[in-house]
Design a protein around this ligand. Structure first.
Ligand code: B12
Length: 210
C-alpha cells in the first residue's frame, strides 16, 4: 500500500481525526484517485475496526472515535467524489432505518449517488417507515435508499416496504437496500427493487432502475 494510504488506515484505527483529514488531503495532492483513497485507505480501516471489535480488542468508544476519524476524512474527500452543477436524474430519499445509528455507509452511498447526478434527500439515521413514506408522498422521492447495519434493525426495511404498500405508494418508487448484514436474497424476500454491496454498485443499480 502507498505510505500515505497506510497512514490514513492507521489514523482511522487510532481515531486521530486531524491526522486522517490531513493525510486524505495529502493523498489527493499526490494525485491518488479518490476511489483508491476511499477503498484502500478508509473502507479497509473500518473493516479492521469491525474485526477488532469482534475479537474483543476494541469496544464501543474505540469504534466511535474511529468512525469520527472516518467521517472527518470523508468530508475532505467529498468534493473530489462529487461533481456538482449537473441536472438531477432522479431524487433519492436515503436513510438508516429505525433503531440504527450507523451512517458511514449511508453517507458514502449518498455521496456517490450525488456524484452520479442524483438529487439526495438525506433523512439521517433512525428513520421510521412513516418518514420514508412522507418523503415519497410529500417530497417527490423517486427512490428510497435504506441502510441497516444491525440484524435487529433489518426488519424495519420490510416494515417500510409494507408501509409504502399500505399508503398506495409502492408502485411510484424504487426501493434500494444495503448495509453489511443485508443480502440480495433478503432484498427479494422483502420485495425491494434491488440490493448492492457497496456504494459504487449502488450507483449502477439506481441507474439501471431509472
Ligand atoms: C463504526 C461502527 C459503529 C459506530 C457507528 C458510527 C457511525 N456514525 O456510523 C458506533 C460506535 C456508533 C456503533 C454502535 C453500535 N454498533 Co457498530 N459497527 C461499526 C463498524 C465497526 C463499522 C461500520 C461502518 O461504518 N463500516 C464502513 C461502511 C463504509 O460500510 P457499510 O456501512 O457496510 O456500507 C457499505 C455497504 O454496506 C453499502 N451500503 C450501506 N448502506 C447502503 C444502502 C444502500 C441502499 C445500498 C444500495 C448500499 C449500502 O455501501 C456502503 C459503502 O460501500 C461495524 C463493523 C462492520 N464490519 O460493519 C460495527 C457493527 C455494525 N456494529 C455492531 C454493533 C453490535 C453495534 C452496537 C449494538 C454496539 C453496542 N453494544 O452498543 C451499537 C448499535 C448502535 C445503534 N443503535 O445503531 C455489530 C452489528 C452486529 C449485528 N450483526 O447486528 C458490527 C457488525 C460489529 C461486530 N462485528 O459485531 N458501531
Amino acid at each position: 500500500m502507498e505510505p500515505v494510504l497506510q497512514a490514513i488506515f492507521d489514523s482511522i484505527l487510532n481515531g486521530q481525526q486531524k491526522v486522517t483529514s490531513a493525510k486524505v488531503q495529502e493523498a489527493l495532492d499526490q494525485g491518488i484517485a479518490p476511489g483508491s483513497v476511499l477503498n484502500e485507505g478508509m473502507v479497509t480501516a473500518m473493516a479492521e475496526v469491525g474485526r477488532l471489535f469482534e475479537e474483543g480488542e476494541y469496544f464501543v468508544p474505540e469504534m466511535l472515535i474511529a468512525a469520527r476519524a472516518m467521517q472527518n476524512g470523508l468530508s475532505v474527500l467529498k468534493p473530489a467524489l462529487v461533481k456538482a452543477d449537473v441536472k438531477p436524474i432522479g431524487k433519492v430519499a436515503a436513510g438508516t432505518v429505525k433503531g440504527d445509528l450507523h451512517d458511514i455507509g449511508k453517507n458514502l452511498v449518498c455521496m456517490m449517488l450525488e456524484g452520479a447526478s442524483f438529487e439526495i434527500l438525506d433523512l439521517g439515521t433512525d428513520v421510521s417507515p412513516e418518514r420514508f413514506v412522507d418523503a415519497v408522498q410529500n417530497q417527490g422521492a423517486d427512490f428510497i435508499a435504506m441502510s441497516a447495519l444491525l440484524t435487529t434493525t433489518m426488519p424495519n426495511m420490510k416494515n417500510t416496504v409494507e408501509a409504502l404498500k399500505a399508503s398506495g405508494l409502492r408502485d411510484q418508487v424504487k426501493v434500494l437496500v444495503g448495509g453489511a448484514p443485508v443480502t440480495d436474497a433478503y432484498a427479494k424476500e422483502i420485495g425491494a427493487d434491488g440490493y448492492a454491496p457497496d456504494a459504487s454498485r449502488a450507483v449502477a443499480l439506481a441507474k439501471s432502475l431509472l
